[in-house]
Design a protein around this ligand. Structure first.
Ligand SMILES: Nc1nc2c(ncn2[C@@H]2O[C@H](COP(=O)(O)OP(=O)(O)OP(=O)(O)O)[C@@H](O)[C@H]2O)c(=O)[nH]1
Ligand SMILES: [Mg+2]
Length: 376
């Protein structure tokens, strides 16, 4: 597979944008640097609405093409999700490889997937993503000369490709069903043993795995300063001050606009959050974007249908902020009616307080389960 290393990033500014383009570009740059791709140029196009054929408009695409040539770029990346038509038109207009943000995220997942399960899930997402984009490819495959009403060789090739992908999707889904059954059995066993499960949910790189590693003292848990380091589920037992034991589950991190194909494919892994008793929302408190990240996590949890699960906010990386900033952040969440605790998973500060809170939450969860048991 060809390696790309010089990208020009393209963004669209419309009147209904929630985020500033500079914020979006900063994240896109970070995503690309996780694939060892340098951003050599940026283009922002202001429009009332996206152009259905070229996203940024035909004229601007020609301009971008010249800009890319001047910079020696080999890749064009849009922050907006592209339709198959837009992707194929931009490719033709610029003569460059064209990716969009969901594809970049998918590429990172692909690079990070090590276990058989993660690899299967990434492949499933990729197959699902590829099907609608085959049309663009199909045009290239069809040779001119096929008359009206005839099945040209291109069309046959397109159909063959589509059927191959569909067969693959069916095959992978069946294998993932087996994993799902196994997981469900494990959860039933835990439930029978009366163990309360806390799950870690948060933006990628916020320190979820570091928290699990410190709390469980399991040195084998992998922690890295990179996006989407964890693509599997890890469950460890934690001993609380009361002497009670609970389970803590770490899983895939979130990001703004996590591609739906990936969410669907990683459903089994993400179920650890959906089926937990309490969600610990971990936030990197050292970033200026903490409230934006909180909004993304809330939205993602809502989309999973898990908004009703009790939650506790864990403000992490507090070793990187001043006491004043820490208190300011804490009071913001308290004012919003949230239960919150400030910690540093790296230095261990605040973890005793976190464990005390986990104890309280575990008792509440146990009581709730009991009353549900009586009610049924
Ligand atoms: N300074 C500081 N760094 C931290 C803290 N917690 C985690 N980190 C660092 O943040 C980076 C990411 O940590 P991880 O635990 O891998 O983050 P994660 O949320 O599991 O990330 P993904 O698995 O990629 O979603 C690593 O370089 C950690 O050393 C903390 O409390 N303070
Ligand atoms: Mg992790």
């Amino acid at each position: 597979m060809r390696i790309y290393n010089k990208a020009v990033i393209v963004g669209l500014e419309t009147p209904d944008d929630l985020f500033e383009t500079s914020v979006l570009f900063e994240e896109l740059r970070l995503l690309l640097s996780n694939l060892d791709i340098n951003v050599v140029g940026e283009v922002v196009q202001k429009r009332m609405a996206p152009d259905p054929a070229f996203l940024i408009g035909k004229g601007k695409s020609v301009e971008v093409s010249l800009f890319c040539k001047t910079l020696g770029a080999d890749l064009l990346v849009t922050d907006e999700e592209l339709t198959p038509i837009q992707k194929s038109n931009l490719k033709k207009a610029t003569g460059l490889e064209v990716w969009d943000r969901p594809y970049v995220i998918m590429k990172i997942f692909e690079a990070r997937a090590h276990t058989a399960e993660a690899k299967l899930q990434v492949e499933l997402a990729r197959c699902r993503y590829e099907i609608p984009h085959l049309k663009g490819l199909g045009l290239q495959m069809s040779r001119p000369g096929g008359g009206i009403g005839t099945r040209g060789p291109g069309e046959t090739e397109f159909e063959r490709h589509r059927r191959k992908l569909e067969r693959k999707i069916k095959n992978i889904s069946a294998r993932l069903d087996e994993v799902k059954k196994r997981r469900s059995l494990q959860r039933k066993r835990r439930k029978k043993a009366g163990l309360i499960t806390f799950s870690l949910a948060g933006y990628t790189n916020c320190g979820k795995s570091t928290l699990l590693k410190t709390l469980s003292s399991d040195q084998n848990i992998i922690v890295k300063d990179q996006l989407f380091c964890t693509l599997d589920t890890f469950v460890r037992q934690i001993l609380l001050p009361s002497g009670n034991k609970v389970l803590l589950a770490d899983t895939v991190g979130f990001i703004r606009k996590l591609p739906p194909d990936l969410v669907a494919a990683f459903r089994t892994t993400l179920e650890e959050i959906i089926l937990s008793d309490v969600i610990l929302i971990v936030l990197d408190g050292s970033l200026g974007k903490v409230m934006e990240h909180f909004a993304v996590i809330q939205e993602t949890i809502h989309n999973f249908g898990a908004s009703r699960i009790p939650r506790l906010i864990v403000l992490n990386k507090m070793d990187l902020v001043t006491e004043e900033d820490r208190n300011f952040l804490l009071s913001r969440f308290i004012h919003m009616g949230e239960k919150v605790v400030a910690v540093s998973a790296l230095t261990g500060s605040g973890l005793d307080k976190l464990k005390e809170k986990l104890d309280k939450e575990a008792i509440l969860s146990r009581d709730m389960k009991r009353s549900e048991g009586y009610a049924s």
